[in-house]
Design a protein around this ligand. Sequence first.
Ligand code: NAD
Length: 256
Amino acid sequence: MCDDAEIDRLANDLRTADRAIALTGAGLSAASGIPTFRGDDGIWGDLFDESAFHVSRFRRDPAGFWDDRLDLYDRMEPDGGAEPNAAHRALAELTHAGVLDAVITQNTDGLHHAAGTDEVIELHGTNARVVCDRCGTRVDAQPVRDRARDGELPPTCGCGGPYKPDVVLFGELLPQESLRRSKELAAASDVVLAAGSSLTVDPAASLPTYRQGGTLAVVNFEPTRYADNAEYVFRADVTELLPELAARVADSEDSA
Ligand code: NAD
């Protein structure tokens, strides 16, 4: 698959790092049956239009927004729900081993939590909750989504305000405290491992630029931004490369 010696070298860098983080994107969850937005089989373009999920559309036409959002859930979520895959589990192991300080994700699918990762920062929010656009109350998404499917468009909070998925829509700011903490972690990290992301959606995707001398490792099928300044570039499947990397970190710790 990849240069064996390079994987060993990265495993060693991770094992000896004082601080390290992973930054993940939709490619992490592709093997769990959730399509990516870009890349082969990406869902933007013919099927969905970004402007349909802009915050201005939600404010103007919350009923139409929810109608399209239900279609997006159908397209994005496999029947029976998605499960974490080997890549999520490998990153969780690396947090348990104290090798990764956090997994910072652009994903909204909750699969890093489901895999038992110790510290997850969900920079783009989560599909597991909705938030009232008037009073700010956050509740579990599932019952609200069920009401929307039964025809309540838009589903509303007790205060009368429309619920919004608790994710960062196009045109919205990222949660500022999560972004601040992510930048701080990136700046302090000896290794930033960017996996399964096209690294195109700022500001999350530009986190690698905050590192101060730390090593950047990229694992992605396609070319990404920042690859020119990356010490490691693996054109590999995250579900193969990350478990292999976690195994080698564990081996090197056993033999240390
Ligand atoms: P992206 O869709 O722009 O890019 C995903 C990248 O992953 C592509 O470059 C693709 O080549 C690569 N990839 C796919 N499968 C892979 C695999 N098995 N191994 C290695 N690489 C693989 O995703 P992004 O960079 O995360 O940015 C897009 C935005 O999409 C984010 O804001 C995110 O919130 C949102 N999104 C989230 C989900 C999710 O929660 N699972 C799914 C789709 C999109």
